[in-house]
Design a protein around this ligand. Structure first.
Ligand SMILES: NC(=O)C1=CN([C@@H]2O[C@H](COP(=O)(O)OP(=O)(O)OC[C@H]3O[C@@H](n4cnc5c(N)ncnc54)[C@H](O)[C@@H]3O)[C@@H](O)[C@H]2O)C=CC1
Ligand SMILES: CC(=O)C(=O)O
Ligand SMILES: [Mg+2]
Length: 612
């Protein structure tokens, strides 16, 4: 399936430079928007509110005369005013502790989000590289940890264990007629921060902000959801301010019944909506994925989105060694973390190796060494989860002698000399000096270190440590953003961001615009393939594995198109709005990209017309 990444890279570049339209506004005069409200109700609705930018005619039409200062400002003036206050906040908080600065930035953005969505999303789209770390990882982690104290207004929907039997009617409390994209968590494994109960709602909110900014999903049609089945976090249960259910988490069938009811309710009201499962603890991540993936249009971002991004990075690491892609089948990969993300990555990488080997008829070996909190996982381990057992090391002739059950990370790295060391452990700093120095002896001329755990405090190592201890040839990627490292002599050590944000917006958008009945492995594979082919050979040689975050809207348009085409190829596409499956099937690659880009929402003020 990977055909020639080099050939596909040039195809994608051609699309970018010629036929593909920019992923932005296509019409200069926006269509009018019918609004049922008047006066203060409009000013208090962040979707319609334009603050001081209401023109005089609209102020008359909508009963706003006298409710605003007389000066009419343009959108550009409002934008500049906000950016100036954001920059002054940065200046005024210089030298303050990082967490104070991060929360101050989040607050000013959140206030704008609550007041004026159009301006908020334009600011976000134009400044995504600077602002993604505020609305997403790492700051979103801090926001979740402090959610109950920071709470001012609700956002999204809160379903709880106490709502059993009510969800089918509750779902109609959501004020918007149409919902396209839902991100849901049960708060049980928020980033690498553990069980945060109801406070985990910050994650669906952050992910959906990215859906709007990167995939152009209309913000009126997104729905962040928390399913609160209690928490096992003692600190939260004892906290007087805690806003969630003060009870231990439901388990077993009781738990499943709540999630089932939620899924049925969503499907009854919005059968076309795509549902993204996010930050569920491993057992529920796998169980819900198996249970729902053929019944609903859903996916698990931590298992499937992460796997695609990691696979794109792993293939980039092969290219960086100057090796043909087929050499992926002989790469030795050590993974620290056998949870939902680690096992997701291993499964997709194994599938990819099998596909490559099937083409040449060669026989493959287990190329993976997986560790969890108890060290190396072997077949001697008791009570292994079946998903993990697939990757346990055995005792055959291809095994490295002396690598015993529970061996430490440094021991494994020393003996295996892996091409890639990948962390999805949720434990900060475990790729310490000893481990990184052992990676210097890697069998790869470009040892790759992926410290993918979030937020920043949980990253397995920093890029500084990697370039210092492994050497300048190393390749580094992390889940949360780090700055590039100056290596002296004008050289740069690139700090790539290997985060599922490069894929999930395109997976959701592609599923939506194809009207896919469900999300298949081939659709996910196509998205990952598209991401991998985005980077040129020159970039790869420099150690750049992932595109700049600032180009995320372009990337998402292409990933989305790849997902649409895969859905069509598998006959899963039922079409979207006026575009039927036949029409989707007759589109060329560039026409599909155009179709996707054309359907991306872009924030501009629409003329408002009142019909009351
Ligand atoms: N960069 C990205 O796009 C993504 C990053 N992640 C991050 O990955 C981390 C793990 O997520 P999940 O797999 O869902 O969590 P999980 O809780 O399901 O799994 C964590 C795994 O790490 C293992 N572990 C703990 N301490 C360890 C140690 N010292 N050495 C080796 N393994 C150890 C645990 O035994 C467990 O197998 C989180 O920090 C999360 O933020 C998750 C999804 C996407
Ligand atoms: C990025 C992400 O999905 C996580 O850390 O869980
Ligand atoms: Mg996640």
């Amino acid at each position: 399936m990977w055909r020639s990444v080099a050939r596909r890279s040039s195809q994608v570049r051609r699309l970018l430079s010629t036929s593909a339209p920019p992923a932005g506004p296509l019409a200069t005069v926006p269509a009018p928007c019918i609004v049922q409200k008047r006066g203060n109700d409009i000013l208090n609705d962040p979707w319609y509110n334009k603050d001081t930018a209401f023109p005089l005619t609209e102020r008359d039409r909508l009963g706003l005369r006298g409710l605003l200062p007389p000066r009419v400002m343009s959108f550009e003036q409002q934008y500049e005013r906000f950016i100036n206050s954001y920059r002054s906040l940065e200046k005024n908080t210089r030298g303050e502790p990082d967490s104070i600065v991060a929360l101050a930035k989040w607050r000013i953005l959140n206030r704008l989000h609550d007041r004026n969505e159009t301006l908020y999303f334009r600011v976000l789209i134009d400044n995504i590289k600077d602002l993604a770390p505020v609305i997403y990882t790492p700051t979103v982690g801090l926001v979740c940890e402090n959610y109950s104290g920071l709470f001012r207004r609700p956002r999204g929907m809160y379903f709880t264990a106490k709502d059993k039997g009510e969800m089918m009617s509750m779902i109609y409390n959501w004020p918007q007629e149409k919902v396209d994209m839902i991100v849901v968590t049960d708060g049980s494994r928020i980033l690498g921060l553990g069980d945060l109960g109801v406070q985990g709602i910050g994650i669906p909110i952050g992910k959906l902000d990215l859906y709007v900014a990167a995939a152009g999903i209309n913000p009126q049609k997104v729905l962040p959801v928390i399913i609160d089945v209690g928490t096992n976090n003692e600190k939260l249960l004892e906290d007087n301010l805690y806003l969630g259910l003060r009870q231990p988490r439901l388990e077993g069938e009781e738990y499943m019944a709540v999630v089932d009811e939620f899924m049925e309710a969503v499907h009854a009201r919005w059968p076309q909506a795509v549902v993204q499962f996010e930050d569920f603890q491993m057992k529920w991540a796998f169980e819900t994925l198996e249970r729902y993936r053929n019944r609903f249009c859903m996916f698990n971002d931590d298992v499937q989105g992460t796997a695609g991004v990691a696979l794109a990075g792993l293939l980039g690491a092969v290219r960086a060694q100057g090796r043909p892609l087929h050499d992926f089948t002989s790469q030795k990969i050590v993974v620290a973390g056998a949870g939902s993300a680690g096992i997701g990555v291993l499964s997709m990488a194994k599938q990819e190796m099998s596909r490559m080997l099937a083409k040449t008829g060669e026989e493959g070996h287990n190329q993976f060494w997986v560790l969890d909190k108890n060290g190396l996982i072997t077949k001697d381990r008791k009570d292994l989860d079946p998903a993990v057992a697939n990757f346990a090391r055995g005792h055959g002739p291809n095994e490295i002698p002396d690598l015993h059950e529970g061996a430490s990370l440094v021991e494994v790295v020393r003996k295996v000399k892996p091409h890639v060391l990948l962390g999805l452990s949720g434990v900060g700093g475990i790729f310490n000096e000893e481990v990184l120095k052992a990676m210097k002896e890697s069998d790869s001329p470009r040892p790759a270190i992926f410290a993918m755990s979030n937020p920043t405090t949980k990253a397995e190592c920093t890029p500084e440590d990697v370039f210092k201890h492994v050497g300048e040839n190393a390749i580094f990627a992390s889940g949360s953003p780090f700055s590039n490292v100056s290596l002296g002599n004008g050289k740069t050590g690139y700090a790539n961001q290997a985060n599922n944000m490069y894929l999930f917006p395109g997976i959701g958008l592609g599923a939506l615009l194809s009207g896919a009945r469900h999300i298949s492995d081939d659709m996910l594979q196509a998205g990952a393939e598209c991401l991998a082919s985005y980077i040129t050979d020159d970039e790869i040689q420099k150690g750049i594995l992932f595109p700049e975050v600032s180009s995320i809207r372009h990337i998402t348009a292409r990933v989305g198109a790849a997902v649409v085409r895969a859905a069509v190829a598998e006959d899963l596409a039922e079409g979207c709005r006026t575009v039927g499956p036949k029409e989707l099937g007759s589109m060329s690659e560039s026409q599909t990209v155009e179709y996707v880009a054309r359907n991306m929402w872009y924030p501009i003020y629409s003329p408002l017309v009142n019909n009351k």
